[in-house]
Design a binder for this molecule. Structure first.
Ligand code: PLP
Length: 508
């Protein structure tokens, strides 16, 4: 196995291996975990331990995003050489972002918004999906894989476009995206169906995100399908946040945010900060949890949900129960009842016991619920969960705009609203960073009607122009591009026909 230069200097350092949350005998390298996406037993890959930040925080203070990314990622991806990692980072965080800072911090109303939406598809998914294709191609090369990599992805709206943008026209890859055809915003849909690139395939399904995600997971677990794929020189991988190659790049911006808070004198070295994350599949907030485990001074991890408040109920009661009505809300990327990445937290709180975790997950797939033990609950005290209704979300958008001249997208507004509730309940004055996960331009109708109901009469692109006037933020390139772009993807299918569509596309 290759070892990077850093390893050679510090010979005592061991490579970090990855195991499955459902099988303690699984042991793969980082690059193998990235390539596979999901473990063979249906579990998620997790590092055998969470490495500690080596660099003192004050040293991170002056670093740019790319350098911070290297300092974090090298600790997790130990089988990548320094050159490989720096190449992946440099190819990801470049001019595709409309700001040199990559993830700027903006203060408004006494909190700091970490703007994670300056990439090519204007949602935070770009933070990880602009690097994942490079990590994956590098991983394929390192492992002498000659098959085409077929990325199979379910999306609640933002992952799909970010993954399409990342993988489009990348040699040796194909990407297939399934989205709930009535469950995404008009702009999100237009972004996906106008995607160029011969290796891209976008399919609307007659169902919700959870059904899309379950359908994709079933295809991953289908060994007959895997053989048919292999015979034709294909293999699946995942661009969903279950892929460790997405989770690790998301840790970077929490470290970066802390360093920026130090740099601005908002925090003293070692002083904790709170993090608020609008949550769906639990990937983004889990990255913050990993950052804390690495030694980043984080006090509370505040988990914000919309009306699909399965996580709020979980943190309150210790019971995860997806048996409830699925609600389509103004924050569609959080309309999720099965938060896949929670499995990694369950695994941690179960004392990294794969058998115990597998028991919970089997219960979830059979009964739609599970209940954790009191001992496990006690380990969740770093988390605070709450939720915001659509009315509360709209009123936060309106009031922040009126008071601070700052326009939030509905997902970030859910987080802002939950943070207000947290402040009221606890009186905690710890400095706080809110993960701002999308540009308001992606959800113009919800945003504009929150500010003034009469906007509802205008069409989506007229609203874009109104938002520009009102927010004084230039219309992003991602929106300009789709105004006139032709629709290239028209396939729609039933949930049960997802494998058939995949086979047709791959000519199996
Ligand atoms: C995906 C997404 C979320 C939820 O993030 P998870 O990692 O799935 O919890 C929140 N907001 C926006 C805008 C998103 O695209």
């Amino acid at each position: 196995m290759e070892r990077n230069d850093y390893m050679k200097v510090k010979g005592e350092k061991m490579d970090l291996f990855y195991t499955s949350t459902r099988n303690a005998n699984e042991r793969v390298t980082a690059s193998q975990a990235i390539l596979q996406g999901l473990a063979g037993d249906g579990g998620l890959f997790v590092p055998e331990y969470i490495p500690k930040l080596e660099m003192p925080l004050e040293q991170l203070e002056g670093m740019n995003y790319q350098e911070t990314a290297y300092q974090v990622m090298k600790l997790f991806f130990t089988d990548f050489s320094e050159d490989e990692l720096r190449y992946c980072i440099g190819s990801a965080y470049d001019g595709k972002f409309d700001t040199l800072e990559i993830a700027p911090l903006r203060e408004a109303g006494g909190v700091h918004y970490l703007e994670l939406f300056h990439g090519s598809t204007i949602a935070f998914k770009d933070m990880a999906l602009s690097i994942l294709p490079h990590l994956m191609i590098t991983s394929a090369r390192k492992n002498h894989v000659t098959n085409d990599i077929v990325i199979l992805t379910a999306t609640s709206g933002d992952t799909g476009k970010a993954a399409l943008a990342g993988f489009a026209k990348v040699p040796g890859t194909k990407i297939i995206v399934f989205y709930p055809k009535d469950g995404v915003s008009p702009i999100q849909q237009k972004q996906m169906v106008t995607q160029e690139g011969d290796n891209t395939f976008v399919v609307g399904i007659d169902g919700n995100f959870d059904e899309a995600q379950t359908g994709v997971k079933e295809m991953f677990a289908d060994s007959v399908l895997a053989e048919e794929m292999q015979a034709k020189g294909h293999q699946f991988s995942s661009a969903n946040s279950i892929n460790i190659g997405r989770l690790v790049p998301q840790i970077v911006y929490y470290v970066y945010a802390y360093a920026k808070m130090l740099d601005r004198g908002e925090l003293k070295n070692g002083e904790p900060m709170n993090v608020v994350v609008p949550t769906g599949n639990f990937g983004n907030i889990l990255a913050a949890c990993y950052a804390k485990a690495m030694g980043l001074p984080i006090h509370k991890l505040i988990c914000a949900s919309n009306e699909n408040k399965v996580l709020y109920d979980f943190f309150k009661s210790g019971t995860y129960d997806r048996n409830r009505e699925f609600i389509l809300t103004s924050s569609p990327s959080m309309d999720i009842l099965i938060s896949s990445n929670l499995e990694r937290l369950i695994y941690l709180t179960a004392g990294e016991d794969a058998d115990a975790n597998r028991g919970f997950m089997e219960h979830l797939s059979r009964k739609g619920s599970y209940q954790i033990t009191e001992e496990m609950r006690a380990k969740l005290s770093d988390f605070y969960g709450n939720y915001a209704t659509q009315e509360e979300t709209a009123s936060v958008i309106k009031s922040l705009y009126e008071k601070e001249d700052y326009v939030l997208d509905p997902h970030t507004a859910v987080a802002a609203c939950v943070y207000e509730k947290y402040r009221k309940e606890t009186g905690d004055t710890t400095k706080t960073v809110i993960a701002s996960t999308a540009s308001p331009y992606k959800f113009t109708r919800s945003v504009m009607t929150a500010i003034d109901g009469s906007y509802d009469e205008m069409d989506d692109f007229a609203l874009v122009d109104e938002l520009e006037k009102l927010s004084k933020v230039k219309v992003p390139k991602a929106i300009q591009e789709i105004r006139t772009a032709p629709v290239l993807h028209k396939t729609v299918c039933q949930v049960e026909d997802m494998p058939k569509v995949v086979k047709e596309y791959l000519k199996l």
